[in-house]
Design a protein around this ligand. Structure first.
Ligand SMILES: Cc1cc2nc3c(=O)[nH]c(=O)nc-3n(C[C@H](O)[C@H](O)[C@H](O)COP(=O)(O)O)c2cc1C
Length: 394
């Protein structure tokens, strides 16, 4: 990020997770309840493992906030790992008396386990997997939850919905995005198509029963962005690159597309580009005179927003830890073995969508604060309003 700084710390089964978010303006109202709503959404979803049943995340803000309002100083957020109570010996930050906890020596395919061992030479792969675990994303969702509040004050809304799990596809209705968001909020898989949601659950149940796992695709939609955020002139300021990198930073996300990019790649240009239409009625009301009837660009042209809803998709590979494990090699004995098992999800695509929302909220907040540099929320809001007026006059 170019303006904001986000540092997270903490292991999956350690005492908890810390996020430090630096660069927010003074004067942003932060209700921890709103952040907790996002943390709860990250834990949802049929197909999640046992941990979600014992843990219900909540955030404590320990710096940068006074009387519910940001001070402009670094914001520090703390999320307890309630599961740590079951790991007090092997994940104690302090040395423990007696024999050392049993090391993990049988790397799981698809995880950081083997390359992490090869990189560091550690004798206990737990030293790698505890930090590489997607548990860290709870800290990102907490920080992203704060950014969502800032974006909401600027009239920007973010939601996600699941497009497919294990090859079962949803057919969402895009004609009304408010209704689409509401439909996705109706079930724990965040699928805006009830019939597809039921089919997905049946598929998850059967695959779970086989000791296997599934991946899928989630889509984030952002409304309320004026044209021109991001930049056409610099590779590292193109919003596509900033958003793409942030989505690919999520564990298990191996593909990202802006709008239906992979489908567009198979089509003629004349069917893909969103024609520019003059909208005199909108201009009379003070809105932009430029309109599009389609949004195959996913809201980005030339590295900038184009005033259409931003649409970003992320493809998640199947969960790597299998309860019927695949072959591996013990790093200590050199014997062929089955990979180790950790308590694990069968699928987590809905959660991945919530993490995508958080990463996108962070990147958009970063871009806005870079382009509308303001010490206070009051100044930011007036600069934002002035820019929107200017964009609509052009
Ligand atoms: C929300 C979420 C939950 C996840 N839960 C698990 C899990 O329970 N078990 C597992 O093996 N991988 C899980 N993963 C994926 C792994 O963290 C990821 O595949 C692994 O760290 C290797 O990184 P890579 O897939 O990006 O290469 C989860 C990922 C996300 C985003």
């Amino acid at each position: 990020m170019r303006h904001l700084k986000l540092l997270t710390a903490g292991e999956s089964h350690g005492p908890g997770l810390t996020a430090i978010l630096e660069g927010l303006p003074m004067g942003l109202k932060v209700k921890t309840g709103k952040i907790n709503e996002q943390l709860a959404r990250r834990q949802e979803g049929y197909g999640r493992g046992g941990r979600m049943k014992i843990e219900s995340d909540s955030v404590q803000i320990t710096g940068g906030l006074r009387l519910g309002v940001t001070l402009g100083s670094p914001l520090s957020l703390w999320v307890v790992n309630r599961d740590h109570d079951n790991w007090t010996r092997s994940m104690s930050p302090e040395p423990v008396r007696g024999s050392n906890p049993r090391p993990v020596t049988q790397p799981r395919p698809g995880h950081a386990d083997l390359p992490g061992y090869q990189k560091t030479g550690t004798e206990d792969i737990r030293n790698i997997l505890e930090r590489a675990s997607a548990r860290e994303t709870a800290a990102r969702v907490a920080a992203g939850g704060v950014c969502r509040l800032l974006l909401a004050e600027l009239g920007i809304g973010i939601f996600s919905h699941v497009l497919s799990i294990g090859g079962v596809k949803a057919r969402p209705d895009y004609s009304d995005l408010t209704a689409l968001a509401a439909a996705a909020g109706q079930n724990d898989l965040h699928v805006a198509d009830e019939a597809a949601c039921k089919r997905m659950k049946r598929t998850i149940k059967s695959v779970w029963g086989d000791g296997d796992t599934l991946g899928g695709i989630a889509e984030v939609i952002v409304e309320g962005l004026p044209a021109g955020l991001g930049h056409y002139a610099h590779w590292d300021r193109r919003l596509d690159s900033r958003l793409g990198g942030s989505v690919l930073s999520i564990p298990a996300v191996k593909g990202v597309e802006v709008g239906p990019a992979f489908e567009n790649a198979h089509m003629r240009g004349s069917r893909v580009m969103d024609e520019i239409i003059l909208d005199k009625a909108a201009a009379k009301k003070g809105n932009s005179r430029f309109k599009r009837n389609t949004n195959r660009a996913g809201g980005l042209e030339g590295g900038m927003t184009n005033g259409q809803p931003l649409i970003v998709r992320g493809a998640m590979k199947p969960i790597a830890t299998l309860s019927s494990p695949l072959a591996s090699v013990d790093i200590k004995t050199g014997q062929t073995v089955k990979a180790c098992k950790e308590r694990s999800d069968c699928t987590a695509v809905a959660a991945m969508g919530v993490i995508m929302e958080s990463m996108i909220a962070l990147v958009l907040t970063d871009t806005i604060l870079e382009e509308f540099r303001s010490e206070t929320m009051k100044d930011l809001k007036s600069a934002w309003r002035a820019y929107k007026r200017q964009v609509n006059r052009r």
